[in-house]
Design a protein around this ligand. Sequence first.
Ligand SMILES: [Ca+2]
Ligand SMILES: [Ca+2]
Length: 268
Amino acid sequence: MFKQKFIAFGLLGVAAAGAHADMISLDFETYPDGKITNGYDGWQITNSAWDQEVVSSGAISGNKSWRMSNSVASGSFGDQPFTPALSNAVSSSSAYNVFKMNLDFEPLAGGKAGENVVISIDNGTGQRGNYIRIRNSGGIDNSWQVDVFDYDGTAFTNTVLASNLVAGTTYNLGFTQTFVPGALNDVWTVDLNGSTVFTGIGWEDYFVDVNETVTPYDRLLFRAGGAATTGAVGVLFDNITYQAVPEPGTMAALGAGALALLRRRKKA
Ligand SMILES: [Ca+2]
Ligand SMILES: [Ca+2]
């Protein structure tokens, strides 16, 4: 009995270690200045025209940050910057059913009302699993806002989470998306500067409702849109971390499964 417990606990330990190991952190400190090229460090950016670059002046933290603007337009969902992929894709049918993301961002002055960068979980194809937009809303001194579009089972609804963000100021943005088997039951929480400012469900049910295959998510997509800007404007990003984790309930199920397996082995 003691040995069984030890082995089962060891399996749980492996699951926990995998969760911690499957995280990617991007601080851009070792990246060369200039555009991130397709394939560099696992990035997928098949359209080299996008206005995105690693900059070493005015970094949010350390010596370098990454800037993106919408000064280049594209109708494609698949050619914009996708971050490196995690080892484990996140879905409702995977042991890794929770996707967590956190980053720092700084809107830059000098752009245009309407310019925006949208952050989503993705799998490299552009089938976005949620939608958070950092948008220049105009106004005095280029004020910015953060809003989300979320699906409620029938339609996409826009919710403004924060407005009057100030260009030149650093903000922290995070989200946790927990996938659960079944309809309209995923849990998507969005945090701004450490406080939860939105709870929704994400986009999985939209793809189910339009009979599209729901793909597991293993990376982030940064997609620029809106009224095109010119010059080194847009949004600076830094300290981007994201991870695939098994939620505690899943780990408990793994542990129970391991114990059941051991019991069956002992009987055999
Ligand atoms: Ca940095
Ligand atoms: Ca679900």
